[in-house]
Design a protein around this ligand. Structure first.
Ligand SMILES: [Zn+2]
Ligand SMILES: [Zn+2]
Length: 393
């Protein structure tokens, strides 16, 4: 079938929205009509050249949509089902999945930089005939995509796609970083460094897990204001600026959990970040670092003498099959604010404008709403309010 997708042909260029040819789903695969896709920071690392990728690649790994067709052998979903993409596939059978570590599913090797489907062939082809890779085995910056059954999670159809999509990457990742990887408990002091999509979810996870103090650190005033709405008790513009604040508010004990969710990680900040952590405090490294800038500077004695921990975290250490429905349930009950995280929606054709707003610090999360069409230039400025109803399908 013919559809449209946003393709990155090489680093340091723009997304190109083009017609593509999409093959029908093969064995174990699902054709999905994408309804909404979040503009996650991960793809930006490919665009800037920080992280290599297999070009040409369709972006998008945080999305929601409707199953249109299934290939042979698919039993998990049927046409018409409403799904959220799991940005890490969840095969359920590999050793990692069998141990309950679905976020480390062995079928996810190398997915971030774009891959073909699990059998190594492509369903997605550019109009010139070139095979296209899809990021995270999803590729949902598109009106339709074909993915493995392992990449779809059937969910409650009453949650609108523009908010449900966030749970497929950013919200699960941020929330799980504070709750699972960080181990936030009632009474914990938690610092969240970087308050975009991941950080906003980490703050809410910490709040729901019972944190007593939540310190939100971000240089952008708008994001600090939003952080307070999500549950931060204190805010600071920088890591070094937060030191005295945290020392005073915790009687010198510092933070039990420090979650790193800045859009672009800075390994040379690691010593300052470790200073925020308490005895046995845990620093959760969730964000992505430029390939050239990944060596931390650490004062090793601080680690040993205070028993500090630095732990890595991918996809919030969540189990997407259990946790995506769990997060949507919390949203339904009014305990998790997803509406407040979607700052603005854009038509697929305006993906580059959406990423520019992210670079400019204007969005907690921008979301592509596939039902929207690009407006004529003269009407765009007034688009913000007229776009709002698209949150609901
Ligand atoms: Zn993501
Ligand atoms: Zn697996």
């Amino acid at each position: 079938m013919r559809t449209q997708a946003a393709i990155l042909w090489e680093a340091r260029t723009e997304w190109k929205v083009e017609d593509i040819e999409l093959d029908p789903p093969r064995s174990g695969e699902v054709l999905v009509r994408v309804a909404a896709a979040g503009l996650c920071h991960s793809e930006e690392h490919h665009l800037t050249g920080d992280v290599p990728f297999a070009a040409p690649m369709i972006g998008g790994h945080e999305g929601a949509g409707y199953v249109e067709a299934i290939g042979p052998g698919v039993t998990l979903v049927k046409p018409g089902d409403y799904i959220v993409f799991s940005s890490v596939p969840n095969c359920g059978r590999c050793p990692s999945c069998a141990e309950g570590r679905q976020n480390l599913c062995d079928s996810a090797a190398g997915i971030m930089g774009g891959r073909h489907l699990r059998d190594g062939t492509s369903r997605h082809h550019a109009s010139g005939g070139e095979d296209l890779t899809i990021t995270c085995l999803v590729g949902c910056y598109a009106r339709h995509t074909v993915v493995s059954e392992a990449s779809v999670i059937p969910v409650d159809p009453s949650v609108p796609p523009a908010v449900a999509c966030l749970t497929g990457c950013g919200v699960a990742t941020g929330w799980g970083s504070a709750v699972y990887a960080g181990g936030t408990r009632p009474g914990s002091a938690v610092a969240v460094v970087g308050c975009g999509g991941l950080g906003s979810a980490a703050i809410q996870g910490a709040r729901l897990a019972g944190a007593r103090r939540i310190f939100a650190i971000d240089p952008v005033p708008f994001k600090r204001d939003k952080a307070r709405e999500f549950g931060a008790t204190h805010v600071a513009p920088s890591v070094t600026g937060a030191l005295d604040l945290i020392r005073e508010a915790t009687w010198g004990r510092m933070c039990d959990v420090v979650v790193l969710t800045m859009g672009v990680g800075r390994a040379d900040m690691m010593d300052d970040i470790l200073a925020l952590a308490a005895k046995r405090g845990r620093v959760v490294v969730t964000n992505i670092y430029p390939a050239t800038q990944a060596r931390p500077l650490l004062t090793m004695n601080g680690l040993g003498q205070w028993e500090k921990q630095v732990v890595g975290c991918i996809f919030g250490s969540v189990n997407s099959r259990a946790d995506i429905p769990r997060l949507l349930g919390l949203y339904r009950d009014g305990l998790l604010d997803l509406d407040g995280m979607v700052t603005r929606t854009y038509p697929l054709e305006e993906i580059n404008a959406g990423y520019q707003d992210m670079r400019d610090g204007k969005n907690i999360r921008g979301v592509l709403a596939m039902s929207l069409r690009a407006l004529p230039r003269s009407r765009r400025r007034t688009g913000a309010t007229s776009r709002r109803p698209s949150l609901h399908r």
